[in-house]
Design a protein around this ligand. Structure first.
Ligand SMILES: NC(=O)c1ccc[n+]([C@@H]2O[C@H](COP(=O)([O-])OP(=O)(O)OC[C@H]3O[C@@H](n4cnc5c(N)ncnc54)[C@H](O)[C@@H]3O)[C@@H](O)[C@H]2O)c1
Length: 349
């Protein structure tokens, strides 16, 4: 078993679910995160790893010594942040990924799991996108995943095995919750407004995957024979996890008593559409089951939100929308114009 893991981005949305699951599974986990969202908790944190609180742009060789694997989640995690200042996304998502991988390789770390995204296929014309489909990144964020994968590919050799997990949109309860992703947003809106508004015509396709299944898939790749995962990209999901936005909205509305659904069909709305082919993942890991689907996931979110008494104020709090929170930290001067903490205390907190 792979024992010792460096988990970057451990205090983010996926990372704060991944860390306790990895610890529970017996891994020795060290987190590495600058902590942009460290205080943005919706539900209590689970078991926490030992942590390095540091900006990944300041990574040093010593930070990556002694690990069997890196799971690399740290990134500016969506399009709107990339649109605010593209250089941040290039530096943090692309350049720092390359440096992390180079240092990991030098240190003899064998496996490197990169949290990539199906967003790299863009608004694909292809009916279904598989790992060989043309990439059409439309934003700085999507481009950073394409260039990140390409640079890692160059580093792959007999001693270093990167794997690229291209996630769909992730949903589900996490201590460091995000409401700026589609299904979490629908459930939050359903619970706190009793209304879901779909601005597009609802027809675009999105693969959606539960955050715990994402982590289980990462763990499966971590333990897979190297010849199965070495330098391979996988769309991370299953065929039945492709849904049209309208279906997702209907499931969310059905789950929450008294919730109304309106579909506005505005031409200007987000019409990005991609249906992912998950055949490669299924063939590589025939025993893996995605345990969650949007119906069970909607119930989980509903139960969690009702048990904490989620209010509209909490649902719309900047802490749970990545762009809004970073803007708040910039406006208060806690982050400087390069998105670095201005106070040493925060760095060392
Ligand atoms: N959530 C999704 O739907 C989704 C889908 C596809 C891919 N991904 C990818 O998975 C990864 C994790 O996503 P998430 O939803 O947990 O995002 P998130 O924003 O919740 O977490 C990202 C973490 O990275 C950390 N980070 C950012 N910049 C850093 C820096 N300069 N130095 C050190 N740490 C830094 C943040 O503090 C944060 O804790 C990202 O790479 C994202 O692109 C996410």
């Amino acid at each position: 078993m792979t024992k010792s893991i460096l988990l970057t981005g451990h205090s983010g949305y996926i990372g704060s679910v991944a860390a306790p699951m990895l610890i529970e599974a017996g891994y020795d986990v060290t987190g590495f995160d600058t902590g942009y969202f460290a205080d943005c908790t919706l539900v209590p944190d689970g078991a926490r790893p030992r942590e390095i609180r540091k900006d990944i742009r300041n990574l040093e060789p010593a930070d990556v010594q002694g690990f069997d694997a890196v799971i690399h989640l740290a990134a500016l995690s969506n399009d709107p942040i990339g649109n605010l200042d593209g250089r941040w996304t290039e530096e943090i998502n692309y350049r720092s990924t390359v440096r992390l991988a180079e240092l990991a390789k030098e240190a003899g770390v064998r496996r490197f799991l990169f949290s990539s995204s199906c967003i790299m296929y863009g608004a694909s014309e292809a009916a279904v996108v598989n790992e060989d489909s043309p990439l059409d990144p439309k934003t700085e964020y999507a481009r950073s995943k394409v260039t990140g994968e390409a640079a890692l590919r160059e580093l792959a050799d007999d001693g270093f095995s990167p794997t690229y997990l291209r996630n769909g949109t992730v949903y589900g309860v996490s201590p460091h919750m995000r409401f700026d992703t589609v299904f979490n947003d629908f459930l939050g809106s359903a619970v706190t407004k009793k209304r879901i508004t779909v601005y597009s015509d609802g027809k675009p396709w999105r693969p959606v995957v539960h955050v715990q299944d994402v982590v289980r898939a990462f763990m499966t790749v971590l333990e897979a024979p190297l010849d199965v995962v070495h330098n391979e990209a996988f769309n991370n999901g299953a065929e039945e996890l492709n849904h049209q936005i309208r279906e997702l909205a209907e499931i969310a509305a059905d789950t929450v008593p008294g919730c109304e659904l309106e579909v506005l069909g505005k031409a200007s709305a987000d019409q990005r559409t991609y249906k992912a082919d998950f055949g490669k993942f299924g063939r590589a890991f025939p025993d893996f089951e995605f345990k969650w689907n949007p119906r069970t996931g909607a119930k989980e979110l509903y139960d969690a939100f009702t048990s904490i008494g989620l209010t509209h104020d909490l649902f719309t709090d900047p802490r749970f929308t990545r762009l809004a929170w970073l803007k708040k930290l910039l406006a208060s001067g806690e982050l400087d114009g390069s998105l670095r903490w201005t106070s040493d205390e925060q760095v060392a907190a």
